[in-house]
Design a protein around this ligand. Structure first.
Ligand code: M7G
Length: 300
């Protein structure tokens, strides 16, 4: 290994944390794949090792969510250069039962939610979740109480406005892993289910403005290099759009059964039969749910 000379990076995968180099060894080409190793399943190491790096930087907080960057090597300081961090922590405290369920390993089920099931059972569940303080972090952003300094672009119109900012999953540094979030300002749309034909012109404007706003803020990124999608079901019932670099593999959050491309949502609404009030309240929606989720256990 020590005799390798590095020529160039062939590829990098932000999700698997893998980097592939083209190198030369004894006058011929060699490929070196470097991968961050898995955490040890030995709980004592897991508990002590990641929590004792010499350098830890508080990278932000919103409500019960806190983010940190950390580096193990004493020479690196995430405070000065976030790219030097080799660990990123998300701390949720105090965590609710819903959080514990969401982050637990579980099996998955494919289900279909009819309009009748939504009206009879799911609507009540969604209202309960909206009222339980789970949206505090969203309202903190909309009210300018948190993450204000991170806003990438916004439209302040009370009815049709929105704000785009880095998703908490993103380190805010690695462009190929760019993950941003667009929150709409109006608070009466819980999810895709509440979208109607009358929202189409707004959604079209939103789609082009957020892409343009993000690309203006991050030169090097072009509008057709972004994936815009919504989740059904989302974890948080306030309409938001995920805007993510096409280079970034966001895993299960981008699977069919969870993510719907915004462009397809808009054209489905547009071509739906009926007047302006027709919309996703009238259609069957198929998706996947975890067996630990309340949706699965209480409803499906
Ligand atoms: P979702 O579709 O409701 O749920 O997306 P998911 O977590 O199953 O994808 C909510 C998005 O908001 C996720 O991408 C989260 O990473 C992001 N997010 C969650 N919180 C608590 C925060 C926060 O406090 N700040 C920011 N900027 N993003 C957050």
């Amino acid at each position: 290994l020590r005799d390798l000379t590095f020529d160039r990076i062939l590829n990098q995968d932000t999700r698997t944390k893998t980097i592939t180099y083209l190198c030369t060894l004894s006058s011929s080409a060699a490929i070196l794949i470097a991968e961050k190793t898995a955490f040890s399943p030995d709980s004592s190491t897991l508990l002590t090792h990641p929590l004792t790096p010499p350098n830890i930087l508080h990278h932000g907080s919103n409500d019960i969510y806190h983010w940190f960057l950390a580096s193990h090597s004493a020479g690196l300081c995430p405070d000065k250069d976030p790219r030097g961090a080799d660990l990123r922590f998300t701390l949720i405290h105090p965590a609710t039962e819903t959080h514990i369920r969401k982050y637990s390993a579980q099996k998955w089920r494919a289900v279909v939610e009819t309009p009748e099931v939504y009206d009879k059972y799911v609507k009540k569940y969604v209202e309960e979740k909206r009222g339980s303080g789970r949206l505090n972090w969203v309202y903190n952003i909309l009210d300018g109480k948190a993450e204000r300094d991170r806003v990438i672009c916004e439209d302040k119109d009370e009815e049709w406005g929105w704000v785009v900012l880095p998703d908490s999953k993103w380190d805010r540094t690695t462009l190929s892993a760019l993950y941003t979030l667009c929150l709409v300002l109006r608070r009466d749309i819980s999810s895709l289910r509440d979208l109607r034909k009358k929202h189409v012109p707004w959604l079209r404007r939103l789609q082009s403005s957020i892409s343009a706003g993000i690309c203006a803020a991050y030169p090097g990124l072009e509008e057709d290099q972004l994936r815009l999608y919504v989740h059904y079901h989302p974890s948080y019932y306030h309409l938001h759009i995920h805007a993510v670099s096409l280079e970034h593999d966001a895993g299960a959050g981008q699977y069919a059964g969870k993510a719907l491309l915004l462009g397809n949502v808009i054209s489905q609404l547009e071509t739906m039969a009926g007047d302006d009030e027709a919309g996703f309240q009238n259609v069957d929606l198929a998706f996947t749910v975890g067996e630990e989720s309340e949706l699965w256990q209480r409803i499906f």
